[in-house]
Design a protein around this ligand. Structure first.
Ligand SMILES: Nc1nc(=O)c2c([nH]1)NC[C@@H]1CN(c3ccc(C(=O)N[C@@H](CCC(=O)O)C(=O)O)cc3)CN21
Ligand SMILES: CC(C)C(=O)C(=O)O
Ligand SMILES: [Mg+2]
Length: 274
């Protein structure tokens, strides 16, 4: 139960039907809490651009941002399997820069695996990274780094033709050597079909109940996200209210002078009279 989760643990979970739990983390304290709560997989998602940096999309996120946050997360993790997103354009310029970028997330960031958005077109580069010893996770369906082509954060694979394309992409990525596959915003039936037809675990987000595991953005499910929360999010806590209450009490205490009291203050040592 407390052993480090590896690629083979995930495969075993799929074979035995044990559902895989995954969430995002971008910092040390959150990662430590997720790890100690028994979350199987922790994703340092490029969603950090929107969730904690305040950007409008994930596109401005850089390799340096990803390495910085991945380092913070992995310092807090003992058991969970840690994956880090390759950000926009970090795997599209050349083989050399792609390999260097993937290596940074592993060697500097201390992640166990990297995640890459896209289908058949990224399969060759994924194969190279896998051959170099880096576990790769695929990501199909709604791929936010392709937002300007997709035209919005919308469900993908609704019609038969697009569903077939996503299924073909899944098979091609499996052959390229991915160790897990994130399916984002696709119909439940398509996610079920893919899950039953590949040997590696599928992790769904807005992809229905038939995936081998589920992932959400932690800030969404805890109620910390400022602004729009996608429809697929179930909210498990109202941390925003808890924070606002605490902050209100602090303001009241400071303004009324009841904080800091003696117990939160220091005094000089009593001097002996000479
Ligand atoms: N806070 C947050 N949570 C996420 O899950 C998330 C991010 N940010 N940023 C990166 C991507 C973008 N994601 C998103 C963002 C918006 C929708 C969304 O609003 N979808 C519509 C559904 C539209 C349709 O019906 O096709 C919705 O109303 O939920 C979905 C996924 C998922 N990821
Ligand atoms: C939504 C998940 C799958 C993701 O890629 C992210 O958080 O960046
Ligand atoms: Mg992402």
């Amino acid at each position: 139960m407390n052993e480090k989760i590896t690629v083979s643990t995930l495969k075993k979970y799929k074979q035995t039907g044990k559902k895989i739990t995954a969430l995002t983390a971008y910092d040390f304290p959150t990662a430590k809490i997720l790890d100690e709560s028994g979350i199987d997989m922790i994703l340092v998602g490029d969603s950090l651009g929107m969730v904690v940096l305040g950007y409008e999309s994930t596109l401005p996120v850089t390799m340096d941002d990803m390495v910085h946050h991945t380092k913070a997360v992995t310092r807090g993790v003992k058991r969970s399997f840690v994956m880090a997103d390759m950000p926009f354009m970090s795997y599209s310029i050349s083989k050399e820069t792609t390999m260097q970028n993937a290596a940074r997330l592993i060697a500097e960031g201390n992640a166990q695996s990297i995640k890459i958005e896209g289908g058949c077109e990224v399969a060759p580069i994924i194969k190279l990274i896998v051959d170099a010893g880096i576990p790769v996770i695929g990501h199909l369906g709604l791929t936010p780094q392709y937002i300007n082509q997709l035209g919005g954060y919308k469900i993908q694979g609704k019609d038969m033709e697009k569903a077939k394309k996503i299924m073909k992409d899944a098979k091609t990525l499996e052959e390229a050597g991915i160790c897990a596959l994130v399916l984002e915003c696709v119909p439940s039936e398509l996610a079920k079909d893919i899950t039953e037809n590949i040997s590696i675990p599928t992790i769904g987000i807005g992809a229905g109940p038939y995936c081998d595991g589920q992932i959400l953005v932690t800030h969404d499910m805890l109620g910390i996200t400022q602004g729009h929360r996608p429809k697929f999010v179930k909210q498990y806590a109202n941390i925003d209210e808890i924070m606002k209450n605490g902050l209100k009490n602090y303001v009241n205490d400071v303004e009324s002078g009841s904080f800091p009291s003696k117990e939160h203050s220091f005094t000089t040592e009593k001097r002996e009279n000479k």
